[in-house]
Ligand binder design. Structure first.
Ligand SMILES: O=C[C@H](O)[C@H](O)[C@H](O)COP(=O)(O)O
Length: 267
């Protein structure tokens, strides 16, 4: 049975998802909508499925992994794999969860091992909207009290010892090959057949360049397929959301946009 705290977190996710879908799902039928992964996205898909069918019947929903594909299918929504998005077309809006979001809207993602497909969808979306609960709010990324697990880094399996050493050289204080869990002996294998390293770095101090420079350095290691830093700034944009919705403990929803925080009234 869910504890009171689990119920609170779940209703915060649900409220944020309902509000984000209400505010950002297009008012005329979109061609393509991106759907991320994780537990919060379940509420996003529930909210989309409750929209008038005239807004969803002709839409192709682009999942970011096995979980979101099954979720969409269970709601009888049409799916399209990202590699079938026609050249020149873009996704109207992509919705996704996050593990940690800083005050500049940079995110850590990949706690559920789906970061590569999430990023390839996010960067092809005209608008990327993050939906999360109050635990994900942070001033700076890699804050141990917010997200102690570090930055997920997806690697080609044969490269993991090399990438581990390189991440340590970059300043990681701990790098763990993510285990598969109770039902899988050995490491976690991503939807792309790769391994994941969780690299704990000291808290990334405020400043636009810090996240961008670390992201570029991690991506530059041979064997790295992608990492869970979704960021943007003067050196380029790699999936930083335009806006993030957070369900709060008091039943309200707070919204972090480019202009800062906006508190919405309680439901
Ligand atoms: O790989 C997983 C994703 O990046 C998720 O969106 C992220 O971990 C947040 O998941 P949840 O909504 O379950 O907190």
């Amino acid at each position: 049975m869910a504890t009171a705290n689990e119920k609170l977190i779940n209703s915060a996710k649900q409220l944020a998802a309902q509000t984000a879908v209400r505010d950002h799902y297009p008012k005329s039928p979109p061609n393509y909508i991106g759907v991320g992964s994780g537990s919060t996205i379940v509420h996003v898909v529930d909210s989309i499925a409750k929209l008038d069918s005239s807004l969803t019947a002709t839409t192709k929903f682009i999942p970011t992994g096995f979980q979101s594909k099954q979720l969409l299918l269970s709601h009888n929504l049409q799916i399209l794999d990202i590699d079938l998005l026609p050249a020149g077309e873009s996704i109207s809006v992509a919705f996704d969860g996050a593990d940690e979001v800083d005050s500049q809207l940079n995110c850590i993602k990949g706690g559920g091992a789906c970061l590569f497909q999430e990023k390839i969808v996010a960067v092809q979306a005209q608008k990327f909207v993050v939906v999360a609960d109050f635990r994900k709010v942070s001033t700076t990324l890699c804050t141990p009290t917010t997200w102690p697990s570090g930055i997920p880094v997806e690697v080609v399996p044969s490269s993991y010892p090399y990438v581990t050493a390189k991440l340590t050289k970059l300043g990681a204080t701990n790098v763990v090959l993510r285990p598969g869990g109770k039902a899988k002996a050995g490491p976690c294998v991503t939807d792309n057949g790769n391994f994941l390293l969780d690299a704990v770095f000291p808290t990334l101090l405020e400043g636009e360049d810090i996240v961008q420079d670390l992201a570029a350095a991690i991506k530059g290691i041979v064997g790295v397929v992608e990492h869970g830093l979704f960021y943007g700034g003067s050196k380029g944009w790699q999936g930083r959301p335009e806006i993030a919705y957070f369900g709060m403990e008091d039943g309200s929803v707070n919204m972090l946009g480019k202009e800062g925080w906006v508190a919405l009234s309680k439901a």
